[in-house]
Design a protein around this ligand. Sequence first.
Ligand code: ADP
Ligand code: ADP
Length: 227
Amino acid sequence: MIRFEQVSKRYDGGHEALSSLSFHIEKGELVFLTGRSGAGKSTLLKLITAIEKPSSGSVRVNGALLKNYNRKDIAFYRRSLGIIHQDHQLMMNHSVFDNVAQPLYIAGEKPADVKRRVHAALDKVGLLSKVSFRPIQLSGGEQQRVGIARAVVKRPVLILADEPTGNLDPELSKDIMELFEQFNQLGTTVLIASHDLGLIARLNYRVMSLSNGQLVETPFASRGGQS
Ligand code: ADP
Ligand code: ADP
C-alpha cells in the first residue's frame, strides 16, 4: 500500500528532515508512527499525501509512483485518502452534516446518496444524534469524531492521521483509537502519527519509530498484530 525506497527530504534552507528512509506498509495494516517532536513524522505524512516531494528516493502508494502524478492526478489522489488532522479543521459555521458531506459534494454525489452516506458515517462514529449541530456545540472528542466521519465517508482505502488524539484526554483518546481499529478491521489501511507512547504500548500493532529522520528500533516489543 505504501512503499518508501531510500527517501530523503531536505527542506530549503533546513537540515535533512528524513534520511534515506525505506519501509513498506501492507494493505490492511494498522501502523503507528512515533518519535519526538521534530523527528520527521509530519514530513513523512506530507510525502504520502504529496504535499511535499522527496529530495531523493521514491514514494509509491497503491502501486503508483507519486512523482509521476501531475497536479490533477494529485488532487484526485488526495481525495481518495482519508486524512485526519490534529485540529480536525472543521468548518465551524456549518453543520456537522455539511462538514461530513463536503467530500461527497466535491465528488458530485447525488443528494440522496450524500444523505445516506453521511448518516452511515456519523452512525459509525456515534454522532448521528448531532447531525444538525454546529461543531462549536460539540466537545473536543466529538469534534474529532466528526473529522473522522468526514475522512471515512468516501470509504478510503488508506486513512492517515496526524496526532489525532493530541488534544484529547486519555479516555477520549482510547475511544478514538477504537474507531481506527474498527475501520482497520473493515480492511482499511491505517497510519497514525502519535507521540502518545502509553496509548500505543497498550495496543498490539506495528510501531515505526522515527528519530532524526531515520527509523530506529521501537522502544517496546509491540509488533505484528495485524500484519
Ligand atoms: P514531527 O512531525 O515529527 O514533529 P516534522 O516532520 O514536522 O517533525 O519536522 C522534521 C524536521 O523538519 C524538523 O527539524 C523541522 O524543523 C523541519 N521542518 C519541517 N517542516 C519544515 C519546513 N516547511 N521548512 C523547513 N524545515 C521544516
Ligand atoms: P455506506 O455503505 O452507506 O457508506 P456503511 O454502513 O456500509 O455505509 O458504512 C458506514 C461507514 O463505515 C462508511 O462511511 C465507511 O466509512 C465505513 N466503512 C464501512 N465498510 C467499510 C469498508 N469495507 N472499508 C472501509 N470503510 C468502511
